[in-house]
Design a protein around this ligand. Structure first.
Ligand code: SF4
Ligand code: SF4
Length: 55
């Protein structure tokens, strides 16, 4: 499961742009749809502040 640390996320939207499944979106804070997420880890690799992690 991919989770975001909301206290670290700066809302830049980079993860949203890199998600091939449209599984996450930034609307105030970052939301991740675990039903759509295939755990490709693109978002983790492209977050500039390391706010996303795999649990
Ligand atoms: S792990 Fe991949 S599919 Fe899942 S939210 Fe991140 S970029 Fe999207
Ligand atoms: S790339 Fe990182 S900092 Fe930017 S919106 Fe996504 S989780 Fe937040």
């Amino acid at each position: 499961m991919v989770l975001v640390a909301e206290e670290i996320c700066v809302g830049c939207g980079r993860c949203e742009a890199f998600c091939p499944e449209d599984a996450l979106w930034v609307w105030g804070c970052l939301e991740i749809d675990s039903e759509k997420c295939t755990e490709c880890l693109n978002c983790i690799e492209n977050c500039p502040v390391d706010a996303i992690s795999q649990q």
